[in-house]
Design a protein around this ligand. Sequence first.
Ligand code: SF4
Length: 235
Amino acid sequence: MDKGRLHSIETFGAVDGPGIRTVFFLQGCPARCSYCHNPDTWNTGGGREVDIDEIVSRAKRGKPYYGEDGGVTFSGGEPLLQGKFLREALIALKAEGIGSAIDTSGTYFDEDSEAAIAEADLLLLDIKHTDAAVFKELTGRGQEPLFKLIEVINRLEKPIWVRQVIVPGLNDTKAYIEDLNGFLSNMKTVKKVELLGYHNMAENKYEKLGLDYRLKGLEPMDQKRLQQLYTLLTR
Ligand code: SF4
């Protein structure tokens, strides 16, 4: 049985998918987003080893609270970086009657990704930026994995929640939301779109890790402005 690398577990999560959820943050990420809250998940050799039995037994503890909508979310880091392990975990959870979601950044896709996605009930997709050049600048990655993911999600007709971080001076404009609307029109199974305001609470983590925080001094996103941008979404 495959083993994975785990960064941390959150119980009673209420923001990473519907209902009450146990969230497994898998270790490792190929991206280096300027606003990343979890730079301690980047190193693929970090975290600790975990097996499927542990995932299932931890997930089962939350079962009384999941109700109809809740379940497990695999987040990260980038969970698709461990596609084989992820697929096995999703299958094992399904056998226990536990629903699951994959929270992906669209910065990684390989031959195991589609098989993992096929086993999930829901995808949460963080759209980093619609523009290829800005996406690269923001994440250090190209948009190819994102387009492959969208093709697979459309083909498998997987329900999807889209999330977009709104960063002052980067994408907090009407023009950007219009671009986003156009981008999302190519995705057939979007059930929800969330705009998440940038905040700078991770700055200290970077200092502790000896990493450079590229957005130093940037103010958090104004909540009123965020609400205005919400009204421009067409889905
Ligand atoms: S994809 Fe997520 S975990 Fe990876 S660097 Fe970006 S924000 Fe951080």
